[in-house]
Design a binder for this molecule. Structure first.
Ligand code: SF4
Length: 200
């Protein structure tokens, strides 16, 4: 079975689903089957809540401060399990901060506004902005939805209202003028922009 919880750098990562409505050209899943301490992150089928709770029970949280809901897939594609997992981890390990790394398409995936709901269970959110326009986003992320970029921005604006901390992220491989345009998009919304190095 694929790893449900694994360690990368100083955080614990939760891999709850391989489902994702995008096919990003840069997706790490195109190049490798694992990250950090994980052996494989490809689930044969997405884990049940029973599997996830067992993984949490078996994991030694000593010394960690943060758990991140992240890939090999888009965590909000398993929204109910993600929220139940967050609740379970908070009950068992109240000192652990919870973060969601997302493509920001949760509202489209789940057919309802979701930022406020998620913020009740998870402390902070990092949204992949990736690029500076809808056209470029469609080329790079290849989402199944139309107007996905606009949906992602709307989710980010909602997240800013409800989460303790909201950030956008981009990778520094895009052109300098696109980075500047992304900075403006973030600044206009009062959202911090994290510019990740390609190697991070
Ligand atoms: S949104 Fe994330 S998991 Fe989905 S294809 Fe893009 S990089 Fe991969």
């Amino acid at each position: 079975m694929a790893d449900i919880l694994y360690v990368y750098k100083t955080s614990i990562y939760a891999n709850l689903t391989n489902k994702c409505p995008c096919r990003c050209t840069f997706c790490i899943r195109n190049n490798t089957d694992s990250v950090g301490s994980a052996d494989t992150l490809w689930h044969k089928h997405d884990p049940s809540m029973e599997d996830i709770k067992k993984a949490v029970d078996d994991f030694d949280f000593t010394g960690y401060k943060e758990l991140v809901f992240c890939g090999y897939g888009e965590p909000t594609s398993a929204l109910d399990n993600m929220l139940e997992t967050a609740k379970y981890v908070r009950e068992k390990h109240p000192d652990i901060k919870l973060r969601l790394n997302t493509n920001g398409l949760s509202d489209r995936i789940n057919n309802k506004p979701t930022a406020e709901l998620i913020s009740k269970y998870i402390d902070s959110v990092s949204i992949s902005l990736n690029t500076c326009s809808s056209e470029k986003y469609d080329e790079v992320c290849r989402p199944v939805f139309d107007h996905a970029y606009e949906s992602m921005l709307k989710f980010a604006e909602d997240a800013k209202k409800y989460f303790e901390h909201t950030q956008f992220s981009i990778v520094d491989t895009i052109p300098e003028e696109d980075i500047k345009a992304c900075q403006k998009i973030a600044d206009d919304r009062g959202i911090y922009l994290k510019i990740r190095k390609y190697s991070d």
